[in-house]
Design a protein. Structure first.
Length: 88
């Protein structure tokens, strides 16, 4: 999955972005990996996963991050659809 990150965004939240990526706002600053760690924790919580099941695989220093999620594909798809809300 791909996520566009806005660090120092006031509070942690993830939601719809575009067809190509989700959008995440993080309270953490992009200093010493704090924003990346906050993103992993946020995505894990949103998808009902353990942090160890979310891996940052690209974009360590970019606003556009690539993540790998480990788990049941059907459940992950349902969680992703829920982020876009009903009727999406």
């Amino acid at each position: 999955m791909t996520v566009r990150v806005t660090p120092r965004g006031g509070r942690d939240m993830i939601g719809p972005g575009t067809d190509a990526h989700f959008a995440a706002r993080l309270a953490a600053a992009p200093v010493e990996g704090a924003a990346n760690a906050a993103l992993i924790a946020l995505v894990a919580k949103a998808f009902g996963l353990a942090r160890r099941d979310v891996a940052l695989i690209g974009g360590q220093t970019s606003r556009l991050k690539r993540l790998a999620l480990t788990g049941d594909p059907q459940r992950l798809a349902q969680s992703a659809a829920a982020l876009y809300g009903p009727g999406a």
